[in-house]
Design a protein around this ligand. Structure first.
Ligand code: SAH
Ligand code: SF4
Length: 360
């Protein structure tokens, strides 16, 4: 193996220990290495000063540290959102977003370069699919945000949403492996319940999460309560029709005992009416659920208009009063730098509107 060897970010703690032990070194060095990766958030193998030279030499020869260089960092005028364009080793680019809310910071990470699902209102979908990210590339995004917070003396990262570019359940193995690594209590230590995986509704993936009783929160992007309306917005609904999706959600909640967050992008005149609220209320009846309403963010390839604030309020009222369904309206963040939900396209041009803070 060459210097461009295996990415250290792709190993779980146990695997890293086995790797080091397999080379004939003490497992103590593996623990130290893990600390460098996830406590110190070291930027290179060379910077791991306390590792013996022979261990470091072997690491340099056989592995690499998959830090993803920042091509561009852009701040939103909202003062809370920073978007990073990160370069993958093969020249593709992905986006990671850091959002400050009162008292907490959330990282929004990508699971794929592009997306194959083709949702009509989503910039990632409009761009098409390039490739799956490796587990290491998913982990590296989280480490990037954690490192920034640490270097700035800010409280550690507490929340993670896999809601950036791509469909995480289309890249199940790598995404779930990455979640195991970043939730490891001896490292980045994100609480599993503070990690949310958002899916367009990949039925086999939802069933697998249920079967494996994965501890993470699950969000399902619904957007419509009938098969025909949904298929018009979300082409993946043709592969996994609404009735099968709802059945999978029911199985998931029964097996795991957890509620699902159902996401609903509000598009004026399409799915933001009282009748739509009743339809989703009826669809989710009896299921442990919360509805997250997301006003549509503008993208180049879709001419729809965001649902009005007043429509969102009425929508919420209907859900609460008739169906006892809790709901929230997603705070809009980073729209000027195209860092909002569904606006990530992995392109540098979006930065034009915000203030470029360079590649830090
Ligand atoms: N592929 C996954 C996760 C990434 S998309 C999924 O689809 O769930 C994250 C969320 O952004 C989804 O709920 C998606 O429906 C929503 N979204 C996509 N495009 C949007 C847009 N233009 N405006 C608002 N929300 C959007
Ligand atoms: Fe892919 Fe999600 Fe965008 Fe649909 S909304 S195209 S599934 S990233």
């Amino acid at each position: 193996m060459t210097a461009s060897g295996i990415d250290l970010y792709q190993f779980t703690r146990a695997e890293l220990s086995d790797l080091i032990a397999g080379w004939g070194f003490s497992r103590v060095h593996a623990a130290r290495l893990w600390n460098y990766l996830y406590w110190e958030q070291a930027e290179s193998i060379e910077a791991m000063a306390d590792l013996p030279a022979k261990v470091k030499g072997k690491l340099l020869a056989e592995t690499r540290l998959g830090v993803l260089p920042v091509s561009l960092a852009t701040d939103s005028s909202d003062g809370y959102t920073r978007k990073f364009l990160l370069a993958l080793p093969d020249g593709l680019q992905i986006e990671t977003v850091r959002m400050h809310f009162t008292g907490r910071t959330t990282a929004c990470i990508s699971s794929q370069a592009g997306c194959a699902m083709g949702c009509v209102f989503c910039a990632t979908g409009q761009r098409g699919f390039s490739r799956h990210l490796t587990a290491g590339e998913v982990v590296s995004q989280v480490v990037h945000v954690a490192r920034l917070l640490k270097r700035a003396g800010e409280p550690r990262l507490r929340n993670l949403v896999v809601m950036g570019m791509g469909e995480p359940l289309h890249n199940y193995e790598a995404t779930l492996r990455a979640m195991e690594i970043v939730s490891d209590g001896a490292g980045i230590a994100l609480g599993a319940e503070r990690i949310t995986i958002s899916t367009v509704g990949v039925v086999p993936g939802i069933l697998r999460l249920a079967e494996e009783n994965q501890p993470y929160s699950l969000a399902v992007s619904l957007h419509a309560a009938t098969q025909s309306e949904r298929a018009a917005l979300v082409p993946a609904a043709r592969a996994w029709p609404l009735d099968q999706l709802m059945e999978a959600c029911r199985t998931y909640s029964t097996r795991t005992g957890r509620r699902i967050f159902y996401e609903w992008t509000l598009i004026e005149g399409k799915n933001d009416g009282v009748e739509h609220a009743h339809a989703v209320g009826a669809l989710l009846r009896g299921l442990p659920a919360q509805v997250n309403l997301i006003p549509l963010n503008p993208t180049e390839g879709y001419s729809g208009v965001p649902g009005r604030t007043s429509a969102a309020k009425v929508f919420q009222q209907v859900l609460a009063e008739h169906y006892q369904l809790p709901s929230t309206v997603r705070q809009r963040r980073g729209i000027d730098i195209a860092a909002g939900c569904g606006q990530l396209a992995g392109a540098a041009r979006d930065a034009a509107a915000g203030s470029v803070v360079g590649a830090d």
